[in-house]
Design a protein around this ligand. Sequence first.
Ligand code: FAD
Length: 320
Amino acid sequence: MSFLVILEQRQGAVKKASVDVWHTVQHMVEVLGKTDVYGLVMGDVDKNVIRSRCGGKGRIYMLNDAAFHDYCPECYAGAIVEMAGHTNAENIFFANTAMGKDLAPRIAMRLDAALASDCVIGLDGNGLLKAVTTMYAGTVSAVVENLKKRAVYTVAPRSYSFEGLGENDVEILEGKGECLSKSNSVLKGVIYNKGRKDITESDILVAGGRGVGSSENFALLESLATSLGGVVGASRSAVDEGWRPHSDQIGQTGRSVAPRLYIACGISGAPQHLAGIAGAETVIAINRDREAPIFKVADYGIVGDITEVVPLLERAVCDF
Ligand code: FAD
């Protein structure tokens, strides 16, 4: 088996979602032993940033050309197809981000490869790649069978660190690529929420639901998140109430997140919300209803009123 992971870059930073995919693949390689692993970064990223974020083994190619600074579907697709040929990669992985979802079908079509979207990947009992995709807000799972020589996957967010992967033996090679696109160019880049960390990029999320009660009460969550070095997210109800912007919404019609720690405050745990946090490593739920479904998926539960529990939690964090 050979793997190619597309590492996504924005403004010179490698996106957490694609770093998580790289490490998911690295954990498979640990089990498989001799397997060829390649990464591809397009755009201007500091080599040391890649080295500090991507552990394990393999070779990461960097295409530093200015043409790749902004996302351009045609030139990115051209470079990926070329890299797939160069590395002879049988399995090509994208994070299930907007860019990944846009590129993966283009690549699959050009390489005559199978396509599977929003998958959890791992190995089956025979050491073969297993991809499981979910439907209906995570209530139905399907194992994807690849009947082609090659396959392209978009991978659902899962929190993975490179702890336990041993020495960082990744080789980073710089190359040049060329944008061959004549029909696409970026007119204007817009950065939303400038200065605020994106909820999909944070390792710690403090999310609030209808139980928070008001937009003012979200200040309690902001304060806890700041003490923990995290950011605030929201359920759809909190967004519908106008307490938070839609970019903070987590779930089926919001965003999927994979933090190492997710603290759900006043969130009941509807399937549509849980669909967005399947990749979270540790879940803490605070809810005054001990029967709330969120407690079924939580690693730790606190039954209580968020206006009392959240400040206590923050004080404990600060005293730590
Ligand atoms: P509620 O269900 O009203 O729960 C509030 C919780 O807060 C309760 O458990 C209550 O016990 C607790 N509570 C109240 N007061 C306090 C207090 N003072 N202290 C502690 N606890 C308190 N939802 C999403 O979140 N994301 C999505 O992307 C999404 N997409 C959807 C797509 C579709 C097609 C549909 C049909 C629904 C979708 N929903 C989504 C909505 C989802 O079904 C739920 O309605 C929503 O998640 C409920 O949000 P909530 O948990 O904040 O509110």
